[in-house]
Design a binder for this molecule. Structure first.
Ligand code: AMP
Length: 489
């Protein structure tokens, strides 16, 4: 029970408002260690409740500093939480606000892609808990908008992701700015030797907690593999959506344009779908996510980078339309379902040329994934029903085939290691295996006329998306919107 962990009544009340009865295994292990002031290195995959695992004891620790004073000097940054993506940063900030709602502690979230000035303004008013993506945090440091002299706790969430995205130099720069005397907590779904090295330099005599065995996946998720010809994948996806009446499924593809095209194809087949990837601006990503969460969109098609940290309550299905090149991404992908004990299903559509990728995943998980035939699937018939099939089938090599490495997504624009690139490129392309839906040219969304206009549009829509979800609007966006209204007047 939560009340045996030594948390305060204010925090327990907030936890009970969320309907949580018992701590999850990672929470039961991590909370006492953090309360004891220890550094922690935790292997916790997403969906295990790790956010509350570090947020609850963090709030408890900072409770002594709670203050209703308006003076910014009374609200220095006492805890810094770093996350790899904007979506994850926003979700952590929401959790901090949720669990800390009965405490006079302030939190804010900062990330790139929107104007920096309102973030500076919020920081000037003072916040105890700052959630940040590394790049924007360093921009704020350069502008002297943030000071870490009173920072007591550092949390690195999804540390493996941060390294994958090339954030290591940024993390080291931030660490150099923090007081030596501090508590550091590191969470990572997977543990590579780089992660261990980072942990060695960051943590002092950490308690190592492994909530789930390393690189294993949640037991409440069932894995199913459907073997399919590449040309029949789309028809099979449609069949599964209809036959199994999938109300809400997150579908993964490998490339940005692949995700846009798949979403378009689904929409043409009267299935509400949206794409979420790195070419979409923050406004589009936030809106798609909000609509997916509230059920307006049935299928969200995502790339690996864009989907990091997405937390959707009770997501029943994850579909791997294409298997990831990096087997650890499989663990991340399917971790979006089967959260906090609820049942989840991970369906992979696997073609002959993906056999090796499947074998790598099975090796990592140390288990064979079950292959199931699809009852009643008549690919030819389904394909016949697709619109403009002729055009799609008639076109030549897809962009998907011809430029695999370029399409590999990295939000920092850095080249990913070879192991993360499109696996088939090593075999000289996959044109003969290509999925016809990817043979249409990809037309990226046009950008708004000026950067200022784009930022304003983003901000406004972020604000609206928050409103739509009926969530507390973070101070940051409230300030942004107020500024905009002022400007317009
Ligand atoms: P996380 O792994 O932090 O992304 O959390 C996954 C989901 O589990 C979130 O939707 C949380 O709201 C939920 N959750 C966290 N702790 C608990 C708990 N003790 N009992 C039930 N649900 C929880």
């Amino acid at each position: 029970m939560f009340d045996q962990l030594g948390l305060s009544s204010e925090i327990l009340r907030a936890v009970s408002d969320e309907g949580y009865v018992n701590p999850t295994p990672i929470q039961a292990q991590v909370i006492p260690s953090i309360l004891a002031g220890r550094d922690v290195m935790a292997s916790a995959q997403t969906g295990t409740g790790k956010t509350a695992g570090f947020t609850l004891p963090l709030l408890y620790r900072l409770q002594a500093h709670a203050s209703t004073s308006m003076s910014p000097a009374r609200h220095p940054v006492r805890a810094l939480i770093m996350a790899p993506t904007r979506e994850l940063a926003m979700q952590i900030d929401e959790s901090v606000k949720k669990y800390g709602k009965y405490l006079a502690l302030r939190s804010a979230v900062v990330f790139g892609g929107i104007s920096i000035e309102p973030q500076i303004a919020v920081l000037q008013t003072g916040v105890e808990i700052l959630v940040a993506t590394p790049g924007r945090l360093l921009d704020l440091v350069e502008q002297k908008a943030v000071n870490f002299s009173k920072t007591e706790v550092l949390v690195l969430d999804e540390a493996d992701r941060m390294l994958d995205m090339g954030f290591l130099p940024d993390i080291r720069r931030v660490m150099a700015l923090l007081p030596q005397q501090r508590q550091s907590l590191m969470f990572s779904a997977t543990f590579s030797s780089e992660i261990r090295k980072l942990a060695d330099s960051l943590l002092k005599q950490p308690i190592r907690i492994e909530a789930a065995a390393r690189n294993t996946v949640n037991e409440s998720i069932s894995h199913i593999v459907h073997r399919v010809n590449p040309g029949n994948k789309f028809a099979l996806l449609l069949h599964l959506i209809r036959q199994q009446n999938l109300k809400q499924a997150l579908v993964f593809v490998k490339t940005k344009h692949g995700s846009s095209q798949l979403a378009q194809m689904l929409t043409r087949n009267e299935i509400s779908a949206a794409a979420i990837h790195g070419d979409k601006n923050q406004q589009q990503r936030t809106q798609a996510l909000a609509e997916f969460k509230n059920g307006e969109i049935q299928i969200l098609v995502a790339t690996d980078v864009a989907a990091r940290g997405i937390d959707i309550e009770k997501l029943s299905h994850v579909v791997n339309y294409e298997l990831p090149g990096n087997p650890e991404d499989y663990v991340h992908r399917i971790g979006r379902t089967g959260r906090a004990g609820s049942k989840g299903k991970a369906i992979s559509l696997v073609s002959e040329h993906e056999k090796e990728l499947l074998a790598n995943i099975e090796k990592l998980l140390n288990t064979k994934l079950e292959v199931e035939p699809v009852t009643g699937f008549e690919a030819e018939q389904s394909l016949r029903n697709l619109p403009d099939r002729k055009n799609r089938m008639a076109s030549g090599n897809s962009r998907h085939d011809s430029k695999p490495a370029e399409n590999t997504e990295n939000e920092k624009g850095r080249k990913l290691p070879a192991s993360h690139r499109y696996a088939d490129s090593r075999r000289g392309g996959i044109s003969k295996h290509s999925d016809p839906i990817f043979t249409q040219p990809y037309v990226p969304q046009s950008n708004p006329a000026s950067p200022a206009a784009a930022r304003q549009a983003e901000t406004q829509s972020l604000f609206l998306a928050y409103r739509q979800e009926k969530k507390t609007v973070p101070a940051l966006f409230t300030a942004l919107t107020k500024n905009k209204i002022k400007q317009e007047n």
